[in-house]
Ligand binder design. Structure first.
Ligand code: SAM
Length: 328
């Protein structure tokens, strides 16, 4: 019999673990890692595939059911397929998803699907190649190849993620919604969170979910889809009657009750359990496991007990390490 999903001290069900497999990335999205960032961890600091599977098994024993592989860019991890197939074979796992920038998927999408990855979220902040490069440092053509491979590979769900950047990608929002509609996949627009030092220096980049909705809808009402919840994320969904797009908004900073429905914790590539993205508290699982002082189940329970009520993003949170190191 499956264990009941674990509850945190506020009674929220926490059954979703985002597992970062590397802090390295082949892009340099301006909101995710500061320019000139040199804080990469060395390979021996990363949890091994066996350690990740051990933590996942412990998580399942206490009732976790949903895992997402992320990074950095998870496709840079050479043994990603081994990790994915190990996780997907775990009895008790319900969903295995992947977050990626898509640029390395052209040759791997099919193998990832075969390894048991069910859903893929792709970052896409702009349609225009120049703007795509301005934001990510990467290549739209590589994204496009990867995107087509994902569509061919038969994943259960594919979603797009776009971070809202005032003065940078407002003009892209409507074309992005149309792009999503054309390919019949949902797109989520995400408020910029202060997760690299950029936001401290550039508060003018923040664009709220409400403003984005206004831009995309052209002032029209977007009917809400209250029961629509593809995946396990925090987006609130709407339908755009003009394009037919299913559009989610992740208003982490402007939605007052945003954290009430939090259902997740993070495991960083260097083996820290992070109960909340927007609070610094972490538990060093790697050292405890390698020194055999405590086991993963005990530490996951400890992290659950320490899960804060809400994030500190609107209370002057200053990132000690950027998003690329925490796992998106
Ligand atoms: N490289 C992969 C990707 O591009 O999806 C996985 C990691 S990335 C950190 C995961 C997600 O976090 C992406 O959708 C990205 O846009 C989002 N993200 C990163 N930094 C962010 C920030 N400062 N505010 C909001 N979302 C952010």
């Amino acid at each position: 019999m499956k264990p009941s999903p674990p509850l945190d001290p506020l009674g929220r069900t926490i059954d979703y673990l985002r597992i970062s497999v590397t802090d390295q990335c082949n892009e340099r999205c301006l909101y995710c890692r500061p320019a000139g960032y040199r804080g990469w961890s060395a390979r021996p600091e990363h949890l091994t595939a066996a350690e990740i599977l051990g933590v996942a098994q412990a998580a399942i024993r206490i009732g976790f059911r949903h895992f997402r592989l992320t990074g950095g860019e998870p496709l840079l991890r050479p043994d990603l397929l081994e990790i994915a197939s190990g996780l997907s074979a775990l009895p008790g796992l319900e969903t295995l998803s992947l977050s990626t920038n898509g640029t390395r998927l052209a040759s791997t999408a099919g193998a990832l699907r075969q390894a048991g990855v069910q859903s893929v979220n792709l970052s896409l902040d702009a349609i225009q190649p120049d703007r795509y490069r301005q934001i990510t440092g990467g290549s739209w053509a590589e994204f496009w190849e990867g995107f087509q491979a994902v569509l061919r590979a038969g994943f259960k769900t594919v979603k797009l993620n776009c971070v809202l950047l005032r003065g940078i990608n407002e003009e892209e929002l409507r074309p992005l919604a149309h792009f999503a509609a054309e390919h019949q996949i949902p797109i989520r627009f995400i408020e910029l969170m202060p997760l690299s030092l950029l936001q401290q220096a550039r508060t003018d980049l923040f664009l709220s979910a409400a403003e984005a909705k206004e831009i995309i809808s052209g002032g029209q009402n977007l009917p809400a889809l209250p029961d629509h919840r593809p995946g396990h994320g925090p987006a609130r969904y709407f339908r755009d009657p003009s394009s037919g797009a299913v559009i989610g908004f992740i208003g982490a900073l402007t939605t007052p009750d945003f954290c009430d429905s939090c259902n997740k914790m993070r495991l960083t590539a260097d083996g820290k359990i992070r109960p909340c993205l927007g609070q610094h508290g972490e538990i060093d699982l790697r050292e405890a496991l390698r020194n055999q002082t405590q086991d993963a189940e005990e530490l996951l329970r400890q992290a659950l007990a320490n899960k804060p009520r809400d994030h500190d993003f609107t209370r002057g949170y200053e990132p000690a390490r950027p998003m690329t190191a925490l796992g998106g």
